[in-house]
Design a protein around this ligand. Structure first.
Ligand code: NAD
Ligand code: MG
Length: 381
């Protein structure tokens, strides 16, 4: 049995992780689970899996949950999240499926504890990759991606010597506005933005896909995960979302990982690695595919894609500024406070306004995350 510590149990990824745990009761034991405010769903998780410890985002949510489960140990806020991630026990797996920078500290603390990690929370690596990855290597733990493109790259790289790898390529669907020109983005609605053509995901990543910030994040994520320089990582538009990632080798050949878009495939890979386990995914019938298209990503059409890669290359605190500005801007857009195009403006404004003042530490990342978020809230709420 493997103990699972699941952060973000009620989200899009978290729910699918729960389904997989439920399908393999002889393999996994859910020990801790967290949610932000979705008590209704966390209640189901408790009823089904009887975790030893759960945690929620607010005191109000805690009170509500405690009334339903008087004997359940319940935590709250960041302390609760970290306790859920580092809960007693050995040989378990932290599955971090929280959205946003809130995922960084629990990952960091679990790494310090020497716990293996399956990471959906890409923001951890975007803002903290320079600190997290050296620690992962030092502690000799495994940190595996729950992100379709990186899972694909990991599978393509599995048996290959590092020196034979020329480049990493990830694909981008283009998001919900891929058929619109920039001019047509003026006045698009939240509802339209949430209609992703190929993937059903949480609200924040769906908006990040529409701005292509997500793909910029994923290039930073790939850089940290696979220790490959930015000039050897690319993204291409691929509207069918059948090929998820490709690795190019020094003999001119490429390996690609393909399949219908289904996050349960990369989740299974991360949970069972290095084993591959049977799963009834929709079968890929090559003869009905007819064509697979690949195009260049236009940085004019998707300026946040470019800004994210530049922030990654600059490194230090810059990705934290980028991410914090984006996180609040996306939330404000979802709440109808700003327009879709203002997300870009706010990110650019913050990148110009805030600068690195000292060397990178976890504390400096958290402090900057808060300062930038406060600024955007005050200016635009
Ligand atoms: P979601 O919004 O559906 O779920 C987020 C989860 O995090 C929920 O359980 C919520 O309760 C919790 N949460 C929200 N704010 C929190 C906070 N401040 N503190 C603690 N917990 C909080 O998001 P999702 O789509 O499941 O994405 C989760 C992560 O996985 C993101 O980093 C995303 O980029 C990444 N990811 C998602 C997908 C996907 O298909 N959904 C694919 C690849 C990567
Ligand atoms: Mg992805």
């Amino acid at each position: 049995m493997r103990d699972i510590y699941l952060l973000g149990a009620t989200g899009s990824i978290g729910t699918q992780v729960c389904d997989i745990i439920r399908a393999h009761p002889e393999v996994f034991n859910l020990v801790t689970a967290t949610a932000h405010t979705n008590i209704k769903q966390l209640r189901e998780v408790i009823n089904q899996f009887h975790p030893e410890y759960v945690s929620v985002g607010t005191h109000e949510a805690k009170r509500e949950l405690q009334e339903l489960f008087p004997n359940q140990e319940i935590g709250v806020g960041e302390t609760g999240l970290i306790k859920a991630a580092t809960y007693e026990g050995s040989d378990g797996l932290l599955v971090n499926a929280v959205v946003g920078s809130a995922g960084l500290m629990p990952t960091y603390q679990a790494v310090l504890k020497g716990r293996d990690i399956a990471l959906a929370n890409k923001e951890t690596l975007v803002i903290g990759g320079d600190i997290i990855m050296p620690l992962v290597r030092e502690k000799r733990i495994s940190l595996l991606p729950i992100d379709s493109e990186h899972s694909a790259l990991m599978m393509c790289l599995k048996n290959e010597p590092k020196e034979s790898v020329t480049s990493l390529i990830i694909t981008a669907s283009g998001g919900s506005f891929r058929d619109k020109t920039r001019a047509e983005l003026t006045g698009v609605t939240v509802q339209d933005a949430l209609l992703h053509p190929n993937w059903s995901m949480g609200a924040k990543i769906t908006i990040d896909s529409a701005t292509m910030m997500n793909k910029g994040f994923e290039i930073i994520e790939a850089h940290h995960l696979f220790d490959v320089p930015y000039n050897r990582i690319q993204a291409v538009l691929h509207q069918e979302s059948i090929v998820h990632g490709l690795v190019e080798f020094n003999d001119g050949s490429m390996l690609a990982h393909m399949g219908h878009p289904d996050m349960r495939v990369p989740i299974n890979i991360a949970l069972f690695y290095p084993k591959r386990i049977p799963y009834q995914a929709q079968q890929l019938d090559l003869t009905t595919l007819k064509k697979l298209q690949f195009d260049r990503v236009s940085t004019k059409r998707y300026p946040l894609f470019k800004l994210a890669i530049e922030a990654g290359k600059t490194g230090g605190i810059t990705p934290t500024i980028l991410n914090a500005a984006n996180e609040v801007a996306v939330m404000l857009f979802l709440n109808g406070k700003i327009t879709f195009l203002q997300i870009e403006e706010i990110v650019l404004e913050c990148l110009n306004k805030f600068k690195q003042t000292k060397s990178l530490t976890i504390e400096y990342i958290l402090e900057t995350d808060e300062v930038v978020k406060d600024y955007v809230h005050k200016q635009y709420s």
